[in-house]
Design a protein around this ligand. Structure first.
Ligand code: PLP
Length: 370
């Protein structure tokens, strides 16, 4: 069986790197999509121990699942607003919805009237990404009639950067200026603009709270810059068998891999049903005993053939597993080979593997007595 290793010490080290970078602003933890596929519960628990008190998920259902695992002083934001009928579930999860549109505001204000108290919420404004958040005229309408937020306790005004991972993009400064302008029209509240990339754009982008996701999990926060984060994830797949194939022999479905020389082909017990992109057919590689073994032929549902011709036989015999993600191949490298981003590689991984959690050492666990 394949083995996914999650290093919580690296996760916490990444959190601390970001927290130190943005101080005195605080760092939240974005744990949507089940903690980017790694397990929202274990990720949030480790981040909490490192001092994180603000968590973001995308869906009400994610908040419902995560809340019982979190201490009461952890704030849990729901990014995608309020789907009709989810008000009670949000209140039960003690969640803070991000209100993205006037309908969200009306729903939450009405829920507050029914609950007989002001309910906490974040408001998102669209500072230029055209994805989620109030349009400038909608913000102006609230500025003109603040009673629209009656029944709501505004705890955070936020927006999201379209190009936070591109430090050279002029869009970042433009969004920051637009965000500052829109936030100033709303009642005073803490502000949040930066994702992982934005956390490294400098102090003007930090506001009160940054919202890193991918960088916590070891992904590079910014394009074209050295990755300051520690790798959190490693993935190994079992080598089921290997064989020598003469020149001219096809490998895998469609026989799409044929070479003019003799090859040695090993077969891994891992495939697209495990979450390895089929786009990596005849692209990318695994590593066997540290040696690059290119993927040969199409990625199958449950298996991948790799070319281990360059691996010494004695090493091959002694190596039960191949590295798919690890010291030789980062999540960003896999993503580049597959024409996608590390986010998609992580969130695509299924649960058809054993999971090994490297627990926090006492040193990294701030909640342990010293
Ligand atoms: C996903 C998300 C984040 C985290 O983004 P990363 O690029 O993973 O750091 C932050 N804010 C919002 C609104 C998001 O949707």
């Amino acid at each position: 069986m394949a083995l996914l290793t999650i290093d919580l010490n690296a996760l916490v080290a990444n959190y601390r790197t970001i927290a130190a970078t943005v101080a005195p602003a605080r760092a939240a933890g974005v744990v949507k999509a089940d903690g980017y596929g790694l397990g929202a519960g274990i990720v949030a628990d480790a981040l909490y121990r490192a001092g994180c008190r603000d968590f973001f998920v995308a869906l009400t259902g994610e908040a419902t699942a995560l809340r019982p695992t979190l201490p009461a002083d952890a704030r849990l934001f729901v990014l995608n607003g309020i789907a009709p009928g989810e008000e009670a579930a949000l209140i039960a999860a003690d969640a803070v919805p991000v209100l993205n549109c006037p309908a969200d505001i009306e729903r939450w204000a009405a829920a507050g009237r029914i609950a007989g108290r002001r309910l906490p919420a974040a408001v998102q404004v669209d500072s230029g990404m055209s994805r989620l958040g109030l349009a400038p005229d909608e913000v102006a309408a609230i500025a003109a009639d603040p009673t629209m937020l009656g029944g709501i306790e505004l705890v955070l005004v936020m927006s999201h950067l379209a190009c936070g991972d591109e430090p050279g993009s002029g869009a970042n400064a433009a969004q920051r200026a637009r965000f500052d302008e829109l936030a100033a029209m709303l009642p005073p509240a803490e502000r949040s603009l930066a994702n992982s990339g934005g956390s490294f754009l400098g102090g003007g982008f930090h506001g009160d709270l940054v919202r890193p996701g991918i960088a916590l999990y070891g992904g590079a926060p910014q394009d074209g810059r050295p990755n300051p984060m520690r790798p959190v994830v490693a993935l190994e797949a079992r080598i089921v068998q290997w064989r020598d194939v003469p020149a001219g022999t096809g490998v895998g479905y469609g026989l799409t891999s044929v070479a003019s020389h003799d090859r040695r082909i090993a077969t891994l017990s891992y495939g697209y049903a495990d979450g390895w992109p089929r786009m990596l057919s005849n692209r990318g590689a695994a590593y066997v005993a540290g040696v690059r073994a290119p993927i040969a032929g199409r990625v199958s549902m449950d298996s991948i053939c790799i070319d281990v011709t360059d691996v010494a036989v004695d090493l091959l015999v002694a190596t039960p597993n191949a590295e798919l993600i690890g010291p030789h191949q980062s999540i960003d490298a896999v993503a580049a080979d597959a024409g996608t981003i590390a986010y998609e590689i992580l969130t695509s991984l299924r649960h058809r593997h054993a999971r090994r959690i490297v627990a926090l050492t006492q040193q990294e666990d701030a909640t342990c007595g010293s």
